[in-house]
Design a protein around this ligand. Structure first.
Ligand code: GUN
Length: 292
């Protein structure tokens, strides 16, 4: 069994980006600049955004953290977004989700200039991705494709069952893996909460991508021998024995499934760490595309 080590792969990608940024500096070019907008004080969001900003510093990017009050109006946030769209010294930015309930998330995401949408959440980027045009691909599916590619996991002609149809993971990964190219050419089935006889489907799969959000849902009896297992789940499960009071669980019952799988991503340390690396990669792409 091969562990698809997302932490190590993410570190390799960050080193590659760092080298490219050093070369840009030597050539006297402006380095990529990412901004993150954080509304309010949600604990998990603060952790994620802090980690994104630190990673920017690590690879040599410029970064700006814009913190806004929980009570900001939708109109004021849209004004802020307009300013970011117009800022020529900024290559890309993200608006950390979730937003407070009084703000219409869709309206905000639609206001982001697709050329700066390094999260890849704007419909223009989703459409471009689906049409195989240059696009910002959302960090999680982009990270999964990189893991499959870098570990040279065979996907061509294989049956991949994606469990979950979210707009930022299940749906895009099902499109990407069915496209031509590396980590592509798979025959993809999308399963979801209404799917009947899920285990019958997953047992036929050469590759299972679990993006359901139910801890340890996929058990060994649900997969075939030597299947490739990608676990996108990250759920906090209460654990009084742990100093934090919780542990992070994936959608896969790791210990038993690992015995039967040919390749598997652990949680934590699998798909999760890849997401920040791919956000940095998208920011580097934004810098390059905006030059062109
Ligand atoms: N909240 C949780 N994950 C993400 C992400 O990838 N991007 C943004 N903007 N918000 C998030």
């Amino acid at each position: 069994m091969i562990r698809l080590d997302g932490k190590a792969t993410a570190n390799t990608i960050k080193e590659e980006i760092k080298e490219k940024v050093s070369a840009m500096k030597i050539r006297g070019e402006r380095v990529p600049h990412l901004a993150a907008v954080l509304v309010g004080n949600d604990g998990a969001s603060l952790t994620y955004v802090g980690s994104k900003v630190r990673s920017c510093e690590y690879v040599g990017f410029e970064s700006t953290l814009i913190r806004l009050e929980e009570t900001i109006t939708e109109e004021a946030l849209l004004t802020q977004i307009d300013a970011l769209n117009k800022d020529e010294k900024l290559d890309g930015y993200i608006v950390q989700l979730p937003l407070p309930k009084h703000i219409d998330e869709e309206k905000i995401l639609l206001a982001i200039d697709p050329k700066k949408d390094v999260d890849g959440f704007h419909p223009a980027n989703f459409g471009r991705m689906a049409l195989e045009l240059d696009a910002f691909i959302p960090a999680t599916p982009f990270g999964i494709m990189q893991l499959l590619e870098r570990y040279e996991v065979p996907t061509s002609g294989k049956h991949c069952v994606v469990v979950g149809r979210s707009h930022i993971v299940g749906r895009p990964i099902s499109i990407l893996m069915s496209q031509k190219g590396l980590a592509g050419n798979a025959t993809v089935t999308v399963a979801h909460s209404r799917t009947e006889n899920l285990a019958e489907l997953t047992r036929q799969a050469d590759i299972v991508v679990m993006a359901l959000g139910i801890p340890e849902y996929l058990t060994a009896d649900m997969i075939k021998e030597d299947a490739v297992i990608i676990d996108v789940g990250i759920t906090r499960v209460e654990d009084k024995n742990h100093p934090k009071g919780y542990v992070i669980k994936g959608d896969v019952a790791f210990d038993e499934v690992a015995q039967k799988a040919s390749h598997i991503t652990p949680v934590p340390g699998g798909v999760g760490p890849m997401t920040i690396a791919m956000l940095l990669q998208n920011t580097l792409l934004a810098r390059q595309w905006n030059l062109a």
